[in-house]
Write a protein that binds this ligand. Structure first.
Ligand SMILES: Cc1cc2nc3c(=O)[nH]c(=O)nc-3n(C[C@H](O)[C@H](O)[C@H](O)COP(=O)(O)O)c2cc1C
Length: 202
């Protein structure tokens, strides 16, 4: 697949078929992910792959909790919250055959001074985000769908995802990526702002 095609087709997929995704395919995705740029060459990322029914169910509950919290924070009316609950628990939104949770190891850093704490953290998160984008584009090439889940970073949820992944407080969750064969037609979402709106020529 041409890169242009993969970029154009990538869009957030939130409903997946039950078709399993093999460990081999996940290795391919992570192989693409780790080709991403990584600040100071640290490669301080880790990809926790949730494949077992038990782990996936536990993670799913945390995703659902995060989504409810997200919409509560913007005071979504109760009937809309109910609709969302139905979509998740009734229609299986975000249920995927595999989830990849991407973490960074905060202990691994290049600049050691306290004054670089924040910068080192940001660089690590940025590196992991670039890896996630590679993973997502590779998934498109393999006919798979993904979505970036950020709501699992809410306080009280992030720690639980980390525990589920068997990692301690040295690790920080960058994002959870459900992966699976898309259910139904995939239509890339439109952009509100075009190149002319976001480009500043100097
Ligand atoms: C950092 C980040 C966090 C996100 N968190 C969520 C999330 O928690 N739940 C969700 O459904 N989508 C989430 N998204 C997906 C965005 O909603 C989506 O990318 C955006 O609406 C544009 O749509 P597209 O991905 O289809 O182009 C997240 C995306 C990013 C980059």
């Amino acid at each position: 697949m041409e890169l242009d095609d993969a970029i154009a087709k990538r869009t957030s997929v939130r409903y997946f078929s039950d078709e399993p995704v093999s460990e081999e395919v996940i290795r391919e995705l992570i192989g693409a992910a780790i080709r991403a740029p990584t600040a100071s060459g640290l490669e301080n990322w880790i990809f926790a792959v949730f494949m077992s029914e038990e782990k996936r169910r536990a993670l799913y509950d945390l995703i659902a909790k995060g989504m409810m919290e997200y919409y509560r924070a913007v005071n979504l009316p109760e009937d809309k919250m109910e609709k969302l609950r139905r979509r998740m628990y009734g229609e299986g939104m975000y249920r995927a055959p595999v989830y990849v949770a991407v973490f960074i190891d905060r202990r691994v850093r290049f600049l050691k001074g306290k004054e670089f704490d924040e910068l080192e953290f940001i660089w690590s998160v940025e590196s992991a985000a670039m890896a996630i984008q590679n993973l997502m584009l590779k998934a498109v090439e393999l006919g798979l769908g993904t979505v970036y889940i950020g709501v699992t970073n809410f306080r009280g949820i992030e720690e639980k995802v980390r525990e589920l992944a068997g990692l301690d407080g040295n690790y920080y969750l960058v994002g959870v990526i459900p992966v699976g064969r898309p259910k139904g037609e995939v239509r890339p979402s439109r952009r509100r702002r075009g190149v002319g709106d976001v480009m500043k020529l100097l």
